[in-house]
Design a protein. Structure first.
Length: 509
């Protein structure tokens, strides 16, 4: 999707800023929708008569559907033009946002979330591609900075916005607010950028590769989501899903590596810088996103927080993330990006380790301050890893690399969320049994409670509640410790990449 030599020149002045604002807002909205439902899951689950565990399908179904369509972006852009694909995707996103808000049942809501994710998938790489396309070549780092800032801040803004809406209005408004944004961005971007659309050509679509992609990603995600409910590999359904996912993945690799027109260009993995960059990005973003989902669940189900206050507790990392993003974008051209990434991700590991010592009497600020400190490091991992990955491939491979990078990032987030919520629940159950077994003289505690005026049932429920809160606290701390380990591994892995010799820019876009 490179600009033709005789094509329009990059935008300048107010027109450039206006287009950048629209493209950044589009990416912000799509990424926001991956987390805006996090704090609303209890509200949605209660309103549509499903369990909170089932309610997380509202999050993961969107993320997986979004991930599946990301690799199609390169083909769609060649066939229809990047601006037209972007505008059409925005229209579909707005339409299915309306459908989600009006969904009469949980099954219909999940179906519409899948459709919403399918439309949202191309918007992320298309916004990135168009930003690099309209900015002058020497301003490529600033374009990546704008895109990265919206991608980093949106998952943080989601919980607080979702909490305010859920506590003060109907949960459906977390989807309905997308409609005016989608309309303004879609129409505005089309009118401003259609002259910059590239020439289209008929290119074959790899239907077999697409089918295999849907099969293995979908099977694996359903397996992760339903594993706890169906007793994991004690269930033939889970075993069957695991077999389908494994065979589908193997077949997908073989087909894509031998196809003349692969839906996913796996050959870009021959570049060590790209491979290491996306591994680091996927590990870090997966652990980060899973934590973004876990914190409001823990605060609402155990710590007595409303959705709004759970959102407030998690939003402060956006402050320093916004401040540091343009600064880090400038540092990318001056320092070894591996050093910047390693510094940022080790910082995140330190914050995760800090969180792993929470107690049940943790105050709002005990939770919010680590979030604030975390925001300083987030641009250090996101902007440099994006730059490293895209600068490591050939210019003509940049579009395919951007799509694959976004695919792996969003898939990692969905998988990590399912894994962490399952492990959190399982560890809580196990710790409850351990605490119950070692509880010293529970009968004496019950007698003291009844002596203070509680009935036997009330005393028993209160004691069980105390044990449950402690069990969940231990489990939550262990999940934070696990993310600290993942961050530390990711911060070390980045040094396997060679030192980049060029910066990511609009070439190849």
């Amino acid at each position: 999707m490179s600009q033709a030599p005789d094509g329009p020149a990059p935008l300048t002045g107010a027109r450039l800023m206006g287009a950048a604002l629209l493209l950044g807002l589009a990416n912000f909205m799509v990424v926001l929708d991956t987390t805006i439902a996090n704090v609303s899951v209890p509200h949605i689950a209660g309103a549509l008569a499903v369990s909170p565990a089932q309610g997380t399908w509202v999050i993961t179904s969107y993320a997986v559907a979004e991930a599946i369509t990301v690799p199609l972006t390169g083909w769609l852009a060649q066939r229809f033009g990047p601006v037209r694909v972007f505008a059409f995707s925005m229209a579909g996103f707005g339409l299915f946002s309306l459908a989600c808000g009006l969904a009469p049942s949980f099954a219909m809501l999940v179906a519409f979330r899948i459709a919403q994710g399918l439309c949202g998938g191309p918007i992320m790489p298309m916004s990135q591609t168009l930003l690099l396309h309209i900015f002058p070549k020497d301003k490529g780092a600033q374009a990546l900075g704008i895109w990265s800032m919206t991608t980093v801040v949106a998952p943080i803004a989601g919980p607080i916005l979702g909490g305010i809406i859920s506590d003060n209005a109907h949960w459906s408004w977390i989807f309905l607010i997308n409609i005016p944004v989608a309309a303004i961005v879609g129409i505005g971007a089309y009118r401003m950028l259609i002259a910059h659309d590239t020439a289209t050509r008929r290119v074959p679509v790899d239907y077999v590769g697409l089918l295999l992609l849907v099969v293995w990603v979908g099977s694996l995600q359903v397996m992760l989501d339903k594993g706890k409910e169906l007793d994991w590999f004690g269930s033939p359904v889970i075993v069957g899903l695991a077999v389908v996912a494994a065979i589908g993945f193997a077949a997908f690799l073989i087909w894509e590596l031998t196809s003349q027109n692969p839906i996913v260009n796996l050959r870009v993995f021959r570049h060590r810088g790209f491979t290491v960059g996306v591994i680091t990005l996927s590990l870090t973003f997966g652990a980060f996103f899973a934590s973004v989902v876990l914190i409001p669940l823990w605060l609402q189900t155990t710590m007595g927080y409303t959705a709004t206050w759970a959102g407030y507790a998690g939003c402060l990392n956006g402050v320093l993330a916004v401040i540091m993003s343009p600064i880090v974008a400038k540092l990318v051209g001056r320092y070894d990006v591996r050093m910047l990434v390693s510094f940022g991700v080790f910082w995140m590991a330190g914050v995760a380790l800090w969180r792993s010592f929470y107690t049940t009497d943790a105050t709002f600020w005990d939770i919010a301050i680590p979030q604030f400190v975390l925001g300083f490091a987030m641009p250090f991992f996101f902007i440099p890893t994006t730059s490293l990955s895209l600068s490591s491939v050939l210019p003509e491979e940049t579009a395919a690399a951007a799509g694959l990078q976004n695919f792996l990032r969003t898939t990692a987030a969905a998988f990590a969320t399912s894994i962490m919520t399952t492990m959190w629940d399982d560890t809580s159950t196990a710790q409850r049994s351990v605490l119950t077994a070692v509880l010293p003289d529970p009968q004496r505690v019950l007698d003291l409670m009844t002596g203070r005026g509680l009935s036997s049932d009330q005393a028993l429920r209160q004691l069980e509640g105390m044990v449950q809160v402690q069990a969940v606290m231990i489990s939550t701390n262990r999940m934070f410790m696990a993310t600290a380990v993942v961050f530390a591994v990711a911060a070390s892995v980045i040094w396997i990449a060679p030192k980049p010799t060029r910066r990511a820019g609009p070439g190849g876009h």
